[in-house]
Design a binder for this molecule. Structure first.
Ligand code: ADP
Ligand code: MG
Length: 348
C-alpha cells in the first residue's frame, strides 16, 4: 500500500475488529475457559463438564445444563456487543452476572474454530452454529443436545501465529487452565464441575450442599493437608461477613499460591485485602513464608465495585478502611491461639 492509501480511513472488518478485541481478553487457553465457564454459570448451570486436549490448544469443550440459547439468538451470541445480560445503563449499575460485555464468544470465535450447540429450556430441538475464524456469517443446523449449551473451541490461535508463539509448554498452559477451573469451583459450591485432560479425569466435584461437602471440595481443590491444617471461620459484623478456611501458620507456603479470596462470589486479588491478611499473619509467620486461605467476604453489592476491569481482579470498596479493619481483626482473632502469650488479641 502506498502512503496515500494508508492515510485514508477505513472501517475494520468485523473479523479484524474481533481479533483486536481478542488480544485483550484471550491470552491463552485459560482465558478462554474462564469466559466459557462464566457463561455457563450465568446461564444457571448446575453441572459443567470440561474436556480439554493438549492443555486446550487443540480442544476446549464446555458442556452445561443451563438455560440454553434460542435458535434465533445463536448467531447473535457470536457477535460483538451482543449480550442477553444488560439492556440499559441501569442494568449496568447493578449487573449481577459474571459477563456482560458481549465480547467473549465473538473474540474467541475470531481466533479459533468454534462450535456452539444449544437447546433452550422448553425447546424441542437443539441447534448448532459453527465459525471458523472467518467473517461472522455462521450457518445454523439442527443438532442433538439436551437442555443446555456446549461450546467447543478447536485450534486456538490457528490464524494468529504471533499469539500462538507466546503459548508456553502444555504443562504450564494446563496449570493455568486448571487454576481457573479451581477458582470457579471454589466460588460455586452448588455447581458440579468435572474436568478431563487428554481423556483422563483430573477432578470431579459433585455439588456441595453441606459444610462437610464444601470441606471435601476444598480438600480436592487445595489438597487434604490444607483443610486439616486450617481453621473454619464465619464472622459477621456491621454488614460484613467473612467465612471460609484460614490456614494455620504450620501450613504456610514458600509462594503465595494457595490464596483464594472471593468478594460476593467473585475471586479477587486486591492490594487492600493482601495487606490486611499479611498484617494479621505478621507475627505468626516466618519471613518469606506466605499464608494459605480460602475466604469468602460478603457485603452489600452497592458498596463495592467489582467491574473495574474485565481481566484484572481488582475491586473498589466504598469504605476501604472499614473493610481493612474488619478483615484484619477477624483474621487476627482467628489466629490468636497461634500467638503464645497474646490470647486476648483482637477484641472488638
Ligand atoms: P456476555 O457473557 O458478556 O454476555 P459472551 O460473548 O460471553 O458475552 O456471550 C454472549 C451471549 O451468549 C450471552 O449474553 C448469552 O446470552 C449467550 N451465551 C453464551 N454462553 C452461554 C451458555 N453457556 N448458556 C446460555 N447462553 C450463553
Ligand atoms: Mg460471557
Amino acid at each position: 500500500k502506498t502512503n496515500a492509501d494508508m492515510s485514508r480511513i477505513q472501517l475494520l472488518s468485523p473479523r479484524l475488529a474481533n481479533q483486536i478485541a481478542a488480544g485483550e481478553v484471550v491470552e491463552r487457553p485459560a482465558s478462554v475457559i474462564k469466559e466459557l465457564l462464566e457463561n455457563s454459570l450465568d446461564a444457571g448451570a448446575k453441572r459443567i463438564d470440561i474436556d480439554v486436549e493438549q492443555a486446550g490448544v487443540k480442544l476446549l469443550r464446555v458442556r452445561d445444563d443451563g438455560s440454553g440459547i434460542e435458535q434465533d439468538d445463536l448467531p447473535l451470541a457470536l457477535s460483538r456487543h451482543a449480550t442477553s445480560k444488560i439492556r440499559d445503563l441501569d442494568d449496568l449499575e447493578r449487573v449481577a452476572t459474571l459477563g456482560f460485555r458481549g465480547e467473549a464468544l465473538a473474540s474467541v470465535s475470531s481466533v479459533s474454530r468454534l462450535t456452539l450447540t444449544s437447546c433452550p429450556e422448553g425447546g424441542d430441538q437443539a441447534w448448532q452454529v459453527e465459525t471458523e475464524g472467518r467473517d461472522m456469517a455462521p450457518n445454523i443446523r439442527p443438532a442433538a443436545h439436551p437442555q443446555g449449551t456446549t461450546v467447543e473451541v478447536r485450534d486456538l490461535f490457528f490464524n494468529t501465529p504471533a499469539r500462538r508463539k507466546f503459548l508456553r509448554t502444555e504443562k504450564t498452559e494446563f496449570a493455568h487452565l486448571e487454576e481457573v477451573v479451581k477458582r470457579l469451583a471454589l466460588s460455586r459450591f452448588d455447581v458440579g464441575f468435572n474436568l478431563r485432560h487428554n481423556g483422563r479425569p483430573v477432578f470431579s466435584l459433585p455439588p456441595a450442599r453441606t459444610e462437610q461437602e464444601a470441606r471435601r471440595r476444598v480438600a480436592t481443590v487445595c489438597g487434604p493437608a490444607f483443610v486439616e491444617q486450617s481453621r473454619f471461620i464465619d464472622h459477621e459484623r456491621s454488614g460484613l461477613r467473612l467465612w471460609g478456611w484460614v490456614g494455620l501458620p504450620t501450613f504456610s507456603r514458600s509462594q503465595a499460591d494457595l490464596q483464594y479470596f472471593f468478594v460476593n462470589g467473585r475471586m479477587i486479588r486486591d492490594k487492600l485485602v493482601v495487606h490486611a491478611v499479611r498484617q494479621a499473619y505478621r507475627d505468626v509467620l516466618f519471613n518469606g513464608r506466605h499464608p494459605t486461605f480460602v475466604l469468602f467476604m460478603e457485603l452489600d453489592p452497592a458498596v463495592v465495585d467489582v467491574n473495574v476491569h474485565p481481566t484484572k481482579h481488582e475491586v473498589r470498596f466504598r469504605d476501604g478502611r472499614m473493610v481493612h479493619d474488619f478483615l484484619f481483626s477477624t483474621l487476627y482473632r482467628a489466629l490468636a491461639d497461634q500467638r503464645p502469650g497474646d490470647q486476648a488479641a483482637g477484641e472488638d
